[in-house]
Design a protein around this ligand. Sequence first.
Ligand SMILES: [Ca+2]
Ligand SMILES: [Ca+2]
Ligand SMILES: [Ca+2]
Ligand SMILES: [Ca+2]
Length: 390
Amino acid sequence: MAEARGTSVAVAGAMQKSLLARLSSIAAFILFGATAAQAATLTLAWDANPEPVSGYILYWGSQSGQYTQSLDVGKTTSRSLNGLANNTPYYFIVRAYNSAGMLSAPSIEVSRRVGVPYATAADISGDLKTDLTVFRPANGTWYSWFSGSTTTWATQWGNGSDIPVAGDYDGDLRTDLAVFRPANGTWYFRYAKGTSSGIQWGNGLDKPVAGDYDGDGKTDVAVFRPTNGTWYVRNSSNGASVGTAWGNSADTPVPADYDGDGKTDIAVFRPGNGTWYVMYSNTGRSVGVQWGNAADVPVPGDYDGDGKADIAVFRPSNGTWYIVLSSTGASTGKQWGNASDIPVPGDYDGDGRTDVAVFRPSNGTWYITYSSGGQGGFQWGNGQDIPIKK
Ligand SMILES: [Ca+2]
Ligand SMILES: [Ca+2]
Ligand SMILES: [Ca+2]
Ligand SMILES: [Ca+2]
C-alpha cells in the first residue's frame, strides 16, 4: 500500500509544475504511476486549458513521439487507463479541442514503464524523497538524515577503501547500502529490510555503474571497464551477463534513463570534446550531444520531471549548472555552489523533479534548491565524507 501511495505523489507533482510554468495554452499534464502493486493501470491528469474547450484527447504509444492509440476523454481533467501491458514503456501527450474541432498544440511528452517499482535516488527511508546521506571512509559508516524529518540513522557497512554504490537492488523502493570493493571486485549489499549478500563482479580497475538496465525496477550490478571501454551488466531479472562496448578509457560513464523507457541507458561523457554519447535502450539508436567541457562535472537528472534524464553539467569555475531539458530541448543555467563543492542532485522534496544541490566539504553542509520552491541548508557530514547521490 505504501508503495502505491508514494509513487503516485512523486510523479504527479512533477508534471503539473513543469507544465504550468511554460505551456500556458496547452493542457498541463500529470501522471500517477502504476507500481507493481497496481500493475497495468496508470492515472493521467492535467490542468484545465485556460481557453474554453470541449474536451481532451489522450495519445499514447510505446515509442517516444509515436502515438498508436488515442482516446477522447471528454471534458474531464483526469483519466485512468487500464489494460496497459506490464514491463512496457508508455509515452503520453494530451491535447485539448474546442467546439470548432480545433486541437491545441500537444503537451510535453511524459513517460512511465508500467508495473515496476520506481525508487527515488538515495532514499533510505522509502518516502520517495532523497535523504541526506554520507559514507564515512574513516569508520565505514553510513549516516543518513531523512528528508523532511528529524530522524537520523547510522549503519556500519563497508571499509575505507570501498566505493559506495547505493541503489534499490531488491526493488522495495528503499535505497540499499552497498559498496564495491576494488581489492576483490566484490559488491556487498546491506538491504533496507536488514539482510545482506555479496557478489563478485568486476575488478579493481573497473568503475561501478549500477543502474536498472533491464527495467525490472531493481538496480543491477554493473561496471565500466576503462581498459577496453566495455560495460559489463548483470541483469537482476534473470542473472544474465551482458557486455557492451561503449566509450573509451578517458570517458566518464554517465548512465541514466535518457529515453524514458524505464531502463538505464549506457552513456559516456567525453571530456576531450565535451560530448555525451548515449545509447538509447528503447530503440538501440545512439546519439552524440555536445554539452559541457573538460572541466565540467556531469550531473544528469530528470530536472523537468517528464520521465527522461536530462543532460546536464556543473561547472566548478563559476558554480553554474547547465541543463538541457528533455521535455522541450530548452537549455537553462543556474548558479548554485562554488568550485570546491560536490554536486549532489536528487529529489529532496519528492515532487518527481531532480533538485539542484551541492555538498560543501569545508563546512559539511548540503545546500539544496527545491524544484517545488524554496531553498535549504543542512549541516550533515564532514570534509572527508562521501555524499551519496544515488
Ligand atoms: Ca534491474
Ligand atoms: Ca532508457
Ligand atoms: Ca527530463
Ligand atoms: Ca524535486
